[in-house]
Write a protein that binds this ligand. Structure first.
Ligand SMILES: *[C@@H]1O[C@H](CO)[C@@H](O)[C@H](O)[C@H]1NC(C)=O
Ligand SMILES: *[C@@H]1O[C@H](CO)[C@@H](O)[C@H](O)[C@H]1NC(C)=O
Ligand SMILES: *[C@@H]1O[C@H](CO)[C@@H](O)[C@H](O)[C@H]1NC(C)=O
Ligand SMILES: *[C@@H]1O[C@H](CO)[C@@H](O)[C@H](O)[C@H]1NC(C)=O
Ligand SMILES: *[C@@H]1O[C@H](CO)[C@@H](O)[C@H](O)[C@H]1NC(C)=O
Ligand SMILES: *[C@@H]1O[C@H](CO)[C@@H](O)[C@H](O)[C@H]1NC(C)=O
Length: 198
């Protein structure tokens, strides 16, 4: 899914289809040109609730992540450029995600295997969620993202509700800590250095 987090999750989760009506409000929402355009820009990864232990452990090492989405409306792809702080270090990665408009999913190919996440946007909060394997009780998960590193209380409520609607407990949510971000400083440094440093 998005960010290296998203990437990690997308690359590890099997492709599963979600047609369960219980999850109807966080999956199966078609992606339009408007959605694609709306997704363009900078996003912050704020947290996840994940059932899969392996992913959970991987996620706990990720202190902060932000990323840029550059959608291409012609070929239904999104360029992902991701800045992730892992154990105090900034890691950059970029990749291309596919968009399945009718299914409301974004995906990533790992070799020949396609990994899928279900997108739901919360335009009012400038935020979105990605749901993974919602029908798989042992592996399901939900991540949330917003245009700012701090969580609007009303969106947090929506996210917690979504976590519950997936049959998970809000105590399962792991949040990132923006104060630990190492990437935004590093990214600014080169410009500053040329002026300030000999
Ligand atoms: C979406 O945008 C693409 C590229 O601008 C355009 O070719 C296509 O017709 C648009 N689709 C709709 C449904 O507007
Ligand atoms: C979008 O995709 C089309 C078709 O692959 C390509 O021709 C075009 O250059 C892409 N646009 C951008 C801005 O990358
Ligand atoms: C970047 O992503 C690719 C594909 O997911 C992965 O193989 C590679 O290890 C990643 N690089 C870093 C520095 O994380
Ligand atoms: C959309 O979902 C259906 C059923 O889940 C699947 O068969 C189809 O391949 C998907 N379409 C795309 C473009 O991924
Ligand atoms: C999904 O629907 C359930 C029940 O209909 C509701 O409690 C929950 O708040 C909804 N979640 C979202 C994210 O809209
Ligand atoms: C969520 O977990 C807390 C702490 O483990 C527990 O007290 C609470 O009853 C759980 N709620 C649900 C709905 O399972």
């Amino acid at each position: 899914m998005a960010l290296r987090v998203a990437l990690v999750i997308l690359s590890l989760l099997p492709l599963l289809e979600a047609q369960n009506p219980d999850h109807a409000n966080i999956t199966g929402i078609p992606i339009t040109n408007d959605t694609m355009s709306w997704l363009s820009g900078k996003w912050f990864y704020l947290g996840s609730a994940l059932r899969n232990l392996e992913f959970k452990q991987a996620l706990q090492k990720i202190q902060a992540t932000y990323f840029y989405f550059t959608p291409n409306l012609t070929d239904d792809t999104i360029l992902l450029q991701e800045y992730q702080t892992v154990e105090g270090r900034c890691v950059y990665n970029s990749s291309t995600l596919g968009v399945q408009r009718e299914n409301g999913t974004i995906s990533k190919y790992e070799g020949t295997v396609e990994h899928v996440a279900h997108l739901k946007v919360f335009t009012k909060h400038r935020a979105f969620t990605l749901a993974f394997a919602p029908e798989d009780e042992k592996n399901r998960g939900l991540s949330f993202y917003a245009s700012k590193p701090d969580i609007a209380p009303e969106f947090l409520k929506e996210f917690q509700n979504a976590v519950k609607s997936l049959g998970m407990n809000e105590t399962e949510i792991i949040y990132t800590d923006w104060k630990k971000d190492m990437c935004s400083q590093q990214q600014l440094e080169p410009e500053k250095k040329t002026e300030a440093c000999p």
